[in-house]
Every structure is written in C-alpha cells, then in structure tokens.
Ligand binder design. Structure first.
Ligand SMILES: [Zn+2]
Length: 728
C-alpha cells in the first residue's frame, strides 16, 4: 500500500539528491493464514468522489499522467481530506474483515489500499519540492502533521496489526513463495519497528511525536529555502576572474530581482556560489559570498534553524526510546544494509584519516603556490576552491573553464540517453507538448525498449532554478511499475537548478554538473527498470539507493561518450584527446577536499543521532564534534547542521548520510568489474546489472543480490583506489 508515500513523498523528495523512491519498508502483502478458501473482500461502501481533479484517476497517454496543468492550490485540502478518509475506510475494511486473516485478505489487501492518497501525495510532493510558494507552505503547515497522523492511524491500528501478526506467525505453513514470504516479514517488521506493538498510551505519545516532527520538518525546510532566496550584490569591478557565463548569470539574477543596471546578484545556492569561490580574484567578495552560504539557517534571525534542529533531535531520541532503541541512529538503521551504526562508522573511519591526510597535502600545495604569487596570509575556507583551481592549472595544465565549452547541457542529456541505450537497450524520444507539465520549461520524453519498441514510461526533465524550487538536484518518482496494481508504465523526473539562459543561448555546465546529471539519471534508470509485483518492493534500502546512481556516473568520462557528445558549443569539434588525457590524469585531484567535505557531514550526522538523550545545542555540537574529529581548519562540512536538509527536512537521510559512501563501495567495485571485462560497455555485465540489481527493486535481500551479481561481497579497496588514497 502506498500509505507512506505521502509522508514518503515529502521524505523522499526532500532529502538532498534523494532517489525519490517511495521506499517505506512498510506495506503488506498476500495469502492465507489458514488454508482458507477464496478471500472474502469486504468492499468499502461506495462513496461518491468529489469533483476534484486531484482525486480523479489519471487519464491520457501512458496509462494516465498527472494533470499538472489543472492543479490549483485551493483543491488540496478537499482532496487530501477525502483521500485520507477513503484510506481509513479501506483499512477499516481490512482490519474488521470477519473472515480469518489470510495473505490475500490482509497483506495483499493492504498493498492495494491508499492508492488515491498516493496519487494526491505525488502531486503534493511535487509542490513541496518544485513549486513551494508561501500559499503552499501554509497548506503544508496544516497537512504535514495530519498526513503523519493518517499514516500512524494505519500502523498503530491494533485490529489490523493482529491480523498481520496472525499471517506472520503462520507464514511458514501458508505455501507462500519467497517473495510473498519476504513481503509478510517486511510488513510485520515494519509495523513493529514503527510502534504497532506499543501500549495504547505509548502509541498516542508516538503519534504526537510524529506529528510534531512533521511540523518541524516543514518549518526547517521553509527557513532554509528562505535563506537560499537571499543574494549578495556585487558591482562589475568586483567580478574579475569570473567566467563570462557566470557573470551573465549574476546579471540576469540581478535583473530578475529588479536591481539597478550595473549590479550583479550572486544567489545563495551552491551552483551560484561555487563558481565565485573558484574564480573570483576579489578575496573580500569570496569571503562575503562564502559566509552568506555556509551560514544559511544560522544567523540568529527569523530563519535561524538551531532551535528547530534541537527540537527535532530531541523528539527523535524520545521516539527511539519509546520504540525500545538506544538511539535514533539505531532505530533508523534497522532496515539498512549496514544494519548498525557501528558498521557505518567503521567504514567512514576507515576512509577519514586518509582523506584528512590528503587534505593537508592539498593545502600545503596551495599555500606554496599562493606564496609565489605574493599571498601572505593563511588559506581560509573561502580561499580553498580558488587556490585549488590554481594548483590544478599549474600541475595539470587544466582549468574547469577550458572544459565548459564542451559540456553543453542538451548534449549531456543526449549522452545520458545514448549511454542508457547501449547499456540497457532504452530509447528516449522527446514528446514535450503532448502531456501536461507543471512549468512551461519542463520537457518530457517517452521511454521505449529498443528491441521491440514497447513502452517503458515517461521521463520529465525540470532543468532550471526558480523561486520556490529547492536547491540541488534530485530524482522524483511519480509512479513505479507495480504489477499487482496494473501499473506497468513508469513516470518519473530529474530536477536540476541550472540558470536559465537568454533565449537561444546554450547552457554550458561544469564537469561536476555533468557528473551530477549522470548521477540523477542513474536514479531515473533504476526506477524505470524496477519491475515488481508489490508496492512494498518498488524501492531500495537507504544505503543501497545511491549505488545505481553512482555507478551511472562512471560512463560520463568514457571516450565513447566524450567523442560523441562533448563537442565545442561553437565549433562542434569533439573535445581534444589531449584534454581528455589531462582530465584523466587529474582524476584524483582535490579528493581530500571532496572527501573531507562529505565525510565530516556524514560523521556529524551519525554522532548527532547516536546521542541517547537527544539534548543538543546544534552549533556547539557541530563545533565540538568537528574538533574531536580533527576537522581541517580550512574546510567546512558540505552541509552544516543549520542547513542540512537531508537530516532535518524529513527523516529520510537522518543517520543515513553515510549511505553515499556505503553505496560507493559497491559502485567502485562494480565499475572494477566493467573495467576488468576490458570493455565498460560489456553487454553481458550490463544485462546482469540490469536484471539482478536494477529490476529487482527490493524483492530480494540486497546483500544477496550483490553477491549474485558479483560472485562475492563488495571490496572497499576499489573505492580507496578510485579516490587515490592508500589501500592498506
Ligand atoms: Zn543520489
């Protein structure tokens, strides 16, 4: 059943580059406790559905698509109310069924429940991420807690749980196949983990905590969004060193904000800030922009998130205690591959010292070079990217600006398609204009199987930044392929925040951005490929989900992709082999910075959520923890706590930011398999990856799926090698 998808859509969608897979770990499934005869389905009495487009079945091509063009904010309250009530009736019919509980009348029936709420939730989730206006935020404020309550009402329903438990207890004698058995176990475990076994008074307490958390999450993300709407004003004279396209973007950002001519606006998001930190010769401007960015949510004003974080961490610790776990981290990690905080910490601490050591070498290199140019002070955090770029240029004769003309956004989209065609036999054909979209700039593509032309799904691309759209890049799942529900076409999207160019101008992106596009497209390919019977299995464990996306990044830098798609935007010439060789040579450059920036965030996350009492002063906790870890003074966390959406905009990546590293162990080890074959386009390996890893969703244990694919467990050596760290 899709009941968590609502909470889930906020969940999924809010967490960073979240995969958007409605993995909830809840959901139920099918067959008879006793060898009961045909299950008696207790149909809810027919209640007329209000005339509200959010409640209507999706119609049109591809088995029906979301009616984005007809959504009005005023329709949400009625739609949410009705869908929640309908789910309540559906669940009551299952819980109060007079027949003995069976796999079909309990577990399968639950899998089918809440579909309308799931559809409304998909649209609600889109507004949360892509179209969040003050008017919508007011709706969320009311409805996030109500949706949390609706979800708890299901999990904490004692009659329902009794039936699930009855099926679970009898499961071995029911003649279930392996997937059905797994469904029963996953369902039961999830209900227990989420409080189904608690006493009534505790259940009430739990539901209250969950509602308070839902409110706090909304409040956190609104505040961060507000601080990301800020900008730093600069004059033309301060922009020395900035590439032309960055200056143009700052100019159009200023115009959009009605600033006087001659002024430039550096918007407070990573994609606008990083180029300034990398290229601006004006040190004072760099410092100003840097401070504004790293202090999002931390300015002691109306948008300050520290109190919200303290509240969230405390509520989480209370909830974990109520549920019988030593900490929020222990609770969150129950249904992960790592299984315990210790194992995640072990992996992180295996990499951390090497990363810090490399960072110190990088700083020494930068300091030496900076001194040569007459710089007297110390390298400060706002100097890091600037001097790193200078070292890159000096050592590898390579500048990011030299690369940019070869990485045109549209060409990279075509590169992603081509690569998916070679590996998985998918074709993508643009059909923008034939289906509704939620913004005129959104493009749509029909996905088909090359071998027989059969339809796979519909993929949306929302490329440009705009007010109300959260920062970063992510994948959103609108509809998975679920055989039980008759949904065999997938609907999903990728979302970026590139600056929209003037009409007719190309969008040139950095190599990092191209990499991010391949990453998010890896999530999309995973989701397009998942083919399962039950909604519960249409997702992945949190520390598995970044594996397919990270693997997909690898194909970007192959000669086959570069020669075809990395073409100069003016001359059309492919990127020169000498330049590719330089990129290859500089592959592990600045990995100290990248790794420390990521890992410090992941370590602080885990340590914060290991606190049993959950009592923290976020600012002080961050400072002390970083000092204990030996955080280099020239660096900050990639996401400081006051703006860490992964952790505080939902539960999704809380005690889970380590997942990227966990997934990367499998990714690097998988890429080693492709390289080992002597051809990274090897159709046999790609086919095995598709059928064993991608297609299976969460139908089988992921550790075993990996073992089946690779013939052994993943080996972390490949990851250390890739980052250029010592492997001993
Ligand atoms: Zn991702």
């Amino acid at each position: 059943m899709k009941r968590m998808v609502l909470a889930g859509s906020a969940l999924v969608a809010l967490g960073g580059c979240a995969a958007g897979q409605p993995y909830t770990g809840v959901e139920a499934g099918p067959t008879a406790v006793a060898e009961s005869p045909a299950p008696a389905v207790v149909a809810p009495a027919a209640i007329p559905v209000p005339d509200n487009v959010l409640l209507a079945d999706w119609t049109g091509p591809y088995g029906g698509v979301p009616p984005w063009d007809q959504v009005k904010l005023a329709l949400f309250p009625e739609a949410l109310q009705f869908a929640v009530e309908e789910q309540r009736r559906e669940v009551a019919a299952i819980a109060d069924n007079p027949d003995a509980p069976t796999f079909d009348n309990t577990i399968v029936a639950l899998e089918k429940a809440g579909q309308r709420l799931g559809r409304v939730g998909t649209i609600y989730g889109l507004y949360t991420n892509n179209l969040s206006s003050p008017e919508f935020q007011a709706i969320r404020e009311e409805w996030d807690p109500k949706l949390s309550a609706a979800s708890d009402e299901v999990t904490l329903n004692p009659r329902l749980f009794q039936r699930i438990k009855a099926v679970y207890d009898a499961r071995q004698g029911l003649g279930l196949d392996a997937k059905q058995l797994r469904l029963v176990e996953k369902t039961y475990e999830s209900y227990v983990r989420n409080g189904a076994n608690l006493e009534p008074a505790q259940k009430e307490q739990l539901a209250t905590i969950n509602q308070q958390l839902a409110s706090a999450f909304g409040s956190f993300s609104n505040k961060v969004l507000a601080d990301e709407g800020k900008y730093t004003v600069a004059a033309a004279g301060q922009l020395k060193g900035l590439p032309q396209d960055v200056q143009s973007a700052a100019k159009s950002a200023a115009a959009q904000r009605n600033l006087p001519a001659g002024q430039y606006a550096i918007v407070n998001t990573r994609s606008a800030v990083d180029p300034v930190l990398t290229f601006a010769d004006n040190r004072a401007l760099r410092e100003k922009v840097w401070r504004e960015f790293v202090n999002r949510g931390d300015n002691g004003d109306a948008n300050d998130t520290n109190a919200t974080i303290a509240q969230i961490v405390k509520l989480r610790a209370d909830r974990a205690r109520l549920l019988g776990y030593p900490s929020h981290a222990h609770w969150r990690m129950q249904d992960t591959m790592a299984k315990s905080p210790d194992r995640a910490m072990d992996l992180m601490m295996r990499v951390w010292p090497a990363a810090v050591a490399r960072e110190k070498e990088e700083v020494a290199d930068m300091a030496a070079l900076a001194r040569k140019s007459g710089f007297k002070g110390r390298i400060e955090p706002w100097d890091y990217l600037y001097y790193a770029e200078k070292v890159r240029k000096a050592r590898y004769d390579l500048s990011q600006e030299e690369l940019k003309p070869y990485f045109q956004l549209d060409n990279m989209v075509q590169a992603m398609f081509w690569s998916a065609g070679e590996l998985y036999g998918y074709d993508f054909k643009e059909n923008t204009g034939t289906v509704p979209v939620f913004n005129p700039d959104v493009r749509t593509f029909e996905v088909t199987n090359r071998k027989d032309g059969s339809l796979v799904g519909l993929w949306y691309l929302d490329t440009y930044a705009r007010p109300g759209k959260r920062s970063g890049a992510w994948h959103s799942a609108y509809q998975p392929r679920i055989r039980l529900l008759g949904d065999d076409l997938v609907l999903n999207s990728n979302n970026n925040n590139f600056t929209k160019p003037a009409p007719g101008e190309p969008v040139l992106i950095s190599l990092d951005d191209a990499n991010t596009m391949f990453h998010e497209f890896g999530h999309a390919l995973h989701y397009l490929t998942i083919d399962v019977n039950y909604p519960t299995f249409a997702g992945s464990q949190r520390d598995f989900v970044e594996y397919p996306s990270q693997v997909n990044e690898n194909w970007l830098m192959t000669p086959e992709v570069l020669n075809r798609f990395a073409k100069h935007y003016k001359t059309g010439q492919p990127i020169p082999p000498a330049l590719v060789a330089k990129i290859e040579k500089a592959k592990t450059f600045n990995q100290g910075y990248a790794t420390v920036s990521y890992l410090s965030s992941a370590l602080v996350d885990m340590k914060l959520h290991l606190k049993p009492d959950g009592v923290v002063d976020p600012d002080a906790f961050e400072r002390t923890t970083l000092a204990e870890l030996g955080m280099p003074r020239e660096m900050v966390m990639r996401h400081r706590l006051p703006q860490f959406n992964h952790l505080f905009a939902s539960d999704s990546y809380s005690a889970g930011y380590y997942s990227y590293l966990w997934s990367e162990v499998m990714d690097a080890d998988t890429w080693a398999a492709f390289e080992g074959a002597g051809n990274v386009w090897d159709k046999t390996i790609a086919g095995r990856f598709k059928s064993m890893i991608l297609q299976t969703g969460n139908e089988t244990d992921r550790t075993e799926a990996y073992r089946a694919f690779r013939g052994r467990d993943p080996d972390a050596t490949a990851l250390l090698k890739r980052r250029g760290f010592p492997t001993n």
